[in-house]
Ligand binder design. Structure first.
Ligand SMILES: [Fe+2]
Length: 259
């Protein structure tokens, strides 16, 4: 019998600079992403789907997007991306081609990829907005015979940090209301918080992933970089979507090599 397990890897908040030699909060995020993708290419089977969950580049520069697409082109995986608050949607879409897909159907599962960058407050928050919520509702309705995984950049639940909760998904209440009538949603993953969380919402796994770039320390009133040496490392999230709707997931960290 064919293996029905779907393998995903989430890489998030790469924050690539337009100039690859420029550091982001003292980190060489270009080298960190290169090392992570090289590691994933040797560790994971080729049928893995790579999900880039926003803040793919830091200030929306076209050079950064072009380099990112080149990096993705050489990994052995199919890949998709969504935008974060630091992305430039127009440039990203123009560079993205098949990376821009919003619904992926795989072996009885439906992945729904959302854009949460509407109505930005300029400080990092974002919303789905009525159009994206309508798209979500329709995608859920059209795939009631599948198990659904929802992918978005902004966290729809609190991370118990004053500065981060002020820039979480601004229309989280409408988002949860949109999901409430459906019982085929199995999981939800997000980026944005640069730290690991695993919540439950009505029996659904809701998970965030640390970044490939710089991690933020949990439960701080103001922005604080992670100071725990283990938690500072770039990280990614592995997910296995199983035949009967269960999800197995873990966050893994990459040991960096100095260039
Ligand atoms: Fe970010």
């Amino acid at each position: 019998m064919a293996n029905q397990t779907i393998r995903l890897v989430q890489v998030t908040d790469c924050h690539l600079q337009n100039d690859p030699t420029q550091l982001y909060r003292h980190h060489d995020v270009e080298s960190q992403l290169d090392q992570m993708l090289a590691h994933l290419s040797t560790e994971l089977p080729a049928e893995t789907l790579l999900l880039l969950t926003g803040d793919n580049v830091h200030h929306g520069g076209v050079d950064a997007y072009k380099r990112l697409v080149e990096k993705i082109d050489v990994v052995p995986f199919d890949a998709v991306w969504i935008p974060g608050n630091h992305d430039d949607l127009a440039i990203m879409r123009a560079c993205g081609g098949a990376l821009n897909r919003k619904v992926i159907l795989l072996k009885g599962w439906c992945l729904i990829l959302l854009d949460s960058t509407s109505e930005p407050d300029g400080k990092g928050s974002g919303s789905l907005g009525s159009k994206e919520l309508e798209f979500l509702q329709q995608a859920l309705q059209q795939n009631v015979d599948k198990h659904c995984l929802i992918v978005l950049h902004h966290n729809p639940l609190s991370v118990e940090s004053g500065w981060q909760d002020s820039i979480m998904l601004a229309d989280a209440e409408q988002f949860w209301q949109t999901l409430a009538p459906f019982d085929h949603i199995r999981g939800l993953i997000c980026g944005h918080v640069h730290q690991e969380w695993h919540w439950q919402w009505n029996g659904v796994d809701v998970m965030s992933c640390p970044s490939s770039s710089v991690q933020f320390k949990k439960r701080c009133d103001d922005m604080t970089l992670e100071d725990d040496p283990e938690l500072q490392a770039p990280a990614y999230r592995l997910l296995e979507l199983l035949e009967y709707g269960d999800i197995s997931s873990q966050v893994k960290r990459v040991n960096l090599v100095d260039n």
